[in-house]
Design a protein around this ligand. Structure first.
Ligand SMILES: [Fe+2]
Length: 436
């Protein structure tokens, strides 16, 4: 085992320079969201089966998929990382610990370690990107912004990977409401490296929040040759385009794009399922008949109701089952209520506090008990950020509340909810759409 330096000056251990270079390529693929990251990781482990960071990365990749079935593989990778950590640097050992936390369902604990790494190693782009993921799914928009801003003074255009840090700054700033900073950061990121789906996406979020669908669509269109090289994350950008179609009253376009690019018949990726549920529900709120489209989604999630990895995902699965009329959603509700989990599990308390009332609300909403749905959401609506995800994604639940009040015939509540939404976003398409 020898020490090599990565393109950003960090030392890491590997058997050979070739193995270290193969690892760097894998991290690069992770940042650029290309579909070959898994194959590159395999090549890295073939070059050096004892590389501690390669085992960490393998475990991280398993956890990033947010799939219950992959937890044993993540645990195995963590065990291999621990086994191969002899001779590792302090930073690498911290990554092993972070993976152990995450594979043990403690994403919050892992985030603390990544942030600790970044204090000493602000150019550890893997730690920065994983912390970004963790803060995002904790709904911590200020932390999402500040985490990147803390490391940025240690970066400049000459440091490889700088554009990806700007892309993260763009998204963190957008979620924290600093739209001008976010837009400028996304533009700089794309100027330096157009093949950065995360930066493309951050800009789309700014346009979504600023209600500028024309500008958002033009940006996405211009960069389409790049972001369509991404793995399934590209489906999420297609989804963003659909939201902008809705703002332009182009519901038919959104539905045909759903069939072509948002729904993935062959995949089981959680983000695809969330995108799909989120778009179908919006279309139904607008009065569109989406036919049998909920059914195949229901088939994909009915075996995943006890995973409880992220509340954001669980609630989309519950929505899918409730919309598909699948009784499995009741089992999911009961399992959530009685499941004890472990003391380390950082998601379960949120699922209990927020997820349970929200599942009740979704069941009520999808079975026509609209007043019950609204009453279930009202007490928790200002805590919904804790489920994680973006403002644009969580807006689905705000729309469901307004729609429930409207369909319940509760003119007082319906009018009040519209008034607050209109005040926050006077030109918002949904205010007009939900007024009738
Ligand atoms: Fe997004």
């Amino acid at each position: 085992m020898a020490i090599f330096h990565d393109p950003r000056g960090l030392s890491r251990t590997a058997a050979t320079a070739d193995a270290a270079a193969a690892y760097d390529k894998t991290v690069q693929a992770y940042l650029a969201m290309t579909p070959d990251a898994g194959d590159l990781l395999k090549a890295t482990l073939a070059a050096d089966g004892e590389m501690v960071m390669a085992h960490c990365l393998k475990g991280y990749f398993m956890m990033l998929m947010a799939m219950g079935g992959l937890l044993p593989k993540a645990e195995k990778a963590a065990a291999m990382a621990r086994e191969t950590a002899e001779g590792a640097t302090d930073r690498e050992r911290l990554h092993v610990r972070a993976l152990e936390h995450w594979a043990g369902r403690d994403l919050a604990g892992a985030a603390v370690i990544w942030e600790d790494i970044l204090l000493d190693h602000p150019r550890d782009i893997l730690a920065a990107r994983l912390a970004h993921f963790a803060h995002f799914y904790a709904g911590e928009s200020r932390h999402l912004r500040d985490s990147v801003n803390r490391v940025l003074p240690h970066w400049d255009r000459d440091v490889p990977g700088y554009s990806y840090v700007k892309g993260m700054q763009a998204f963190g700033s957008e979620e924290a409401g600093d739209y001008a900073v976010a837009q400028a950061a996304a533009e700089e990121a794309i100027e330096l490296e157009p093949n950065d789906p995360w930066a493309v996406h951050a800009y789309a979020h700014v346009m979504e929040m600023r209600n500028r669908p024309e500008d958002g669509l033009a940006w996405i269109e211009r960069l389409r040759p790049y972001w369509t090289q991404a793995h399934n994350f590209q489906n999420h950008i297609w989804w963003h385009e659909c939201l902008m179609f809705l703002a332009q009253d182009r519901q038919a376009d959104a539905l045909s794009q759903y069939d072509a690019h948002v729904f993935d018949a062959d995949g089981d990726e959680y983000l695809d399922l969330c995108n799909a549920a989120s778009l179908l529900q919006r279309l139904e709120i607008l009065g569109l008949d989406v036919g049998e489209r909920w059914q195949p989604l229901g088939e994909k999630v009915r075996g995943r109701t006890e995973e409880h990895l992220l509340t954001f995902i669980d609630l989309h699965y519950a929505l899918i089952l409730a919309a598909a009329g699948d009784d499995k959603v009741h089992e999911m509700r009961e399992f959530t209520a009685r499941h004890e989990g472990t003391a380390e599990d950082s998601n379960l308390p949120i699922m209990k506090a927020l997820g349970l009332p929200m599942i009740d609300a979704l069941i009520a909403y999808r079975t026509g008990r609209y007043a019950d749905a609204a009453q279930a959401i009202l007490p928790i609506r200002y805590e919904l950020w804790m489920m994680g995800g973006s403002h644009a994604q969580r807006d689905l639940f705000a729309l469901i509340l307004i729609d429930a009040a409207r369909k319940a015939g509760d003119e007082r509540l319906h009018g009040a909810l519209l008034a607050e939404r209109r005040a926050a976003a006077p030109d918002d398409f949904w205010v007009a759409a939900l007024s009738v």
